[in-house]
Design a protein around this ligand. Structure first.
Ligand code: NAP
Length: 348
């Protein structure tokens, strides 16, 4: 693989850090954008990786909402991984400001910068399965959701994060079609789990597992099924999609599906009697009653609790060659990392 100049937007995030890590290991000149360059704590793990690898790292400051702020970072790159986007599911007060504007306006700003450069040949956008379906009840008689499906039910008041990802991916597709300098690949992961390279606890994927470990769900977990995938596998999929001649279109990146109680049972099997894990499933009616207290509207509960979910991940296996970590490996490695980084002692 020839050495290339590559940008990762939101480079200090949970997923982006693995993409940057792998690019540095491959020896590329890696640029990242962060919101606040003065906050070195957020990206010092990447500066350390730069010292240990043959790649180089350059840090730029950019905000999704600031027009033109990606221009300098993009100019001169051949490949752009656009991962920056707010990922928050519960407790959203102003969906437009907190999720939709940064996701959509940010995509627009990044792709405008790409259009202005005469160097970028490919953009890999981190979308989500949230842009593929809205609620679990939509699976109906279908065997599994595929790349042909689009989320048609989320709005700014119902599943606003999913809405933000759907609009952002559609914006990228539209802008991709309006030019012929670069092509667009979209990676659509399910819930990303696994070890983090950062000690941050504010990423939703990290907070989600900490909530299992710190007793937050001791009363039980809802009857809810989610797709899951290892963060390292998503990074591999992104990078393969970025450099493979034949990659095209959209890729669901998901290892499988699990109920929340199976996550708890798997953690208990790996780490017997170590954490105050949930032991029971909260009946749907009770979840429906208390859901709003935990940031889940009754509509979300009605349309998701108790419904199965399945994704078809064939394209990612056949075309990107992904060999997925299983749930036990993912949870083992994530908890070991949290313990190693001293983040469990601070839990709750
Ligand atoms: P994360 O750790 O919270 O990373 C989000 C990144 O977006 C951070 O680097 C953050 O920058 C940046 N960002 C947020 N608002 C911004 C703004 N206004 N301007 C510039 N940057 C901004 O979350 P993640 O899990 O790694 O998510 C990365 C991508 O994967 C997102 O596009 C997300 O939608 C997608 N995704 C995640 C999952 C999952 O389960 N984690 C699943 C499917 C898709 P700061 O470092 O400055 O905060």
């Amino acid at each position: 693989m020839n050495k290339q100049t590559v940008l990762v937007t939101g480079g200090s995030g949970y997923l982006a850090s693995w993409i940057v890590n792998d690019l540095l290991e491959l020896g590329h000149d890696v640029r990242i954008t962060v919101r606040n360059q003065a906050n070195r704590r957020k990206y010092e793990h990447l500066l350390k990786r730069e010292q240990e690898t043959s790649g180089t790292l350059t840090v730029f400051e950019a905000d999704l909402l600031r027009e033109g702020s990606f221009d300098e970072a993009v100019e001169g790159c051949s490949l752009v991984f656009h991962t920056a986007s707010p990922f928050t599911i519960a407790g959203i007060k102003n969906p437009q400001e907190e999720l939709i504007q940064p996701a959509v306006q940010g995509t627009l700003n990044v792709l405008n910068a790409v259009n202005q450069s005469d160097t970028v040949r490919r953009v890999v956008q981190t979308s989500s399965v949230a842009a593929i379906y809205g609620d679990n009840c939509e699976l109906k008689n279908k065997e599994a959701f595929t790349e042909a499906d689009w989320n048609e039910t989320s709005t700014s008041s119902h599943q606003p994060y999913s809405f933000s990802k759907t609009l952002a991916e559609k914006e990228a597709v539209k802008m991709g079609r309006e030019q012929n300098q670069w092509d667009l690949i979209r990676i659509n992961p399910s819930l990303v789990l696994g070890p983090s390279l950062t000690r941050r606890k504010d990423s939703t994927s990290i907070a989600a597992i900490l909530s299992f470990l710190d007793g937050s769900y001791q009363m039980g977990v809802p009857d809810y099924t989610t797709g899951f995938v290892d963060v390292r596998d998503v990074a591999t999929a992104e990078i393969t999609a970025g450099f493979s001649e034949s990659a095209a279109g959209r890729y669901i990146v998901s290892a499988g599906e699990t109920s929340l109680i199976r996550i708890a049972e798997t953690l208990e099997t790996i780490f017997p009697a170590r954490f105050p894990l949930p032991k029971r499933v909260i009946p749907k009616l009770l979840f429906w009653l208390v859901g709003p207290h935990y940031g889940f509207t009754r509509k979300v509960v009605s349309r998701n609790a108790g419904y199965p979910l399945r994704f078809n991940n064939r394209r990612s296996i056949d075309e990107l060659g992904i060999t997925y970590h299983n749930l036990t490996e993912i949870l083992h490695d994530q908890v070991e990392q949290l313990a190693h980084d001293g983040l469990l002692d601070q839990a709750k």
